[in-house]
Ligand binder design. Structure first.
Ligand SMILES: [Zn+2]
Length: 170
């Protein structure tokens, strides 16, 4: 199943995710929906609140290949090293993107989709995806990583774009 992706300024995008107490069949179904939705949107990562669930779950697919997705439940970043700056966009902020500076490598831990402990040592694109999605689970968008003026410029562009799309839909 493919779910609609929530767009800024949906309030769920600004809420901190809740811990998943147990992997149930509902959670497994939600994970499948997240994976399907990520691929359908041609995204490389998705956080559960982007499809309306308040739970701490992220999925990632750095190479975009079906079957090779990374699932992390109750995700937390345990450390970051170095610095990498590269362009970033977001499925919840269609139409805008910016260079974002983040640690170049991270260690992320949580549970896999069966409930087993999982720690990922990541660098490059996966490190960036994990940080972007954990930001979502903290209730933050990539805009929060930008300076005041850049963030304001991009938000204005985004608002203008979403207003024009709304008019077309009328
Ligand atoms: Zn995003």
């Amino acid at each position: 199943m493919v779910a609609p992706i929530l767009k800024e300024p949906d309030p769920l995008l600004h809420r901190k995710a809740l811990t998943v107490p147990k992997i149930t069949s509902e959670i497994e179904g939600l994970i499948e929906t997240m994976i399907e939705t990520m691929h359908a949107a041609q995204g490389v990562g998705l956080a559960a609140n982007q499809i309306g669930s308040p739970l701490n779950i992220l999925v990632a697919s750095p190479n975009g290949e079906r079957g090779g997705e990374i699932v992390l439940v109750n995700a937390s970043l345990t450390r970051g090293r170095g610095r990498a700056k590269s362009p970033e966009g977001c499925l919840s902020l269609p139409g805008i993107s910016s260079e974002v500076s983040r640690p170049g490598s991270v260690s992320a831990s949580g549970l896999d989709r069966r409930g087993n402990p999982l720690t990922l040592e990541a660098e490059g694109l996966l490190a960036k995806i994990l940080q972007h999605e954990v930001d979502h689970l903290e209730g933050h968008l990539f805009l929060h990583r930008l300076g005041f003026w850049n963030r304001r410029r991009l938000l204005r562009k985004y608002e203008a774009l979403s207003n024009s799309l709304r008019q077309i839909k009328l």
